[in-house]
Design a protein around this ligand. Structure first.
Ligand code: SF4
Length: 185
């Protein structure tokens, strides 16, 4: 096997095992991995992206599966469902205080401690490499990137005032730092 082939096999094997370990650890607090992912997503999604459809796109899941996840989180009191202003048939999802508190015991926090242990150049290289790999996979599978406003071509900002050319809406500092289903580079 070529050097590149061996490296690729090592990287694939490490990613596969890491993904499995991360998923296996995500059953704490009475939630399953999809429910944890949904809570994390809703804590980071901007006001244009807090819908069941956007959540399904982020999770790469079907509407039916996401609907079960939303029902379970709603029943447990971790999320609120509200009618979206001006759009009768669209639902806006948000975390309740209890939902936010749950994120304080996120099982992935333990994994984050291992990342802390990398530090310096290794952490920076890993960050860059994984970001490139993820971007390539998203492009190959034609899935949305869910980036933040600062790296979006629709972002307009000057003198501390921000605007989205896609949604034709003003953006606050908080909005600009959250992920968006319509992010485009
Ligand atoms: S600027 Fe881009 S990322 Fe920000 S809200 Fe508009 S479309 Fe979404």
């Amino acid at each position: 096997m070529s050097k590149g082939g061996a490296e690729n096999a090592n990287i694939l094997s490490a990613l596969e095992r890491l993904a499995r370990l991360m998923r296996a650890g995500e059953h704490g607090g009475g939630l399953n991995p999809a429910q944890w992912e949904a809570l994390r997503y809703l804590s980071r999604a901007n006001r244009f992206s807090n819908s069941p459809v956007a959540l399904a796109r982020f999770l790469g899941s079907t509407k039916g599966t996401v609907s079960q996840t939303i029902k379970a989180l709603h029943r447990k009191g971790y999320i609120l469902k509200a009618a979206r202003e001006g759009e009768k048939r669209s639902i806006a999802l948000s975390l309740t205080d209890t939902g936010r508190e749950m994120l304080g015991i996120d099982p992935l926090a333990e994994f984050s401690k291992s990342i802390d242990g990398l530090r310096g150049k290794t952490a920076r290289r890993l960050d860059k490499g994984l970001s490139k790999l993820l971007a390539a996979e998203l492009a190959r599978t034609k899935q949305p990137g869910f980036g933040v406003c600062a790296t979006c071509r629709n972002f307009r900002g000057e003198n501390g005032s921000y605007h989205c050319a896609f949604f034709e809406a003003a953006l606050s500092d908080d909005d600009a730092g959250m992920i968006c289903v319509e992010h485009s580079t």
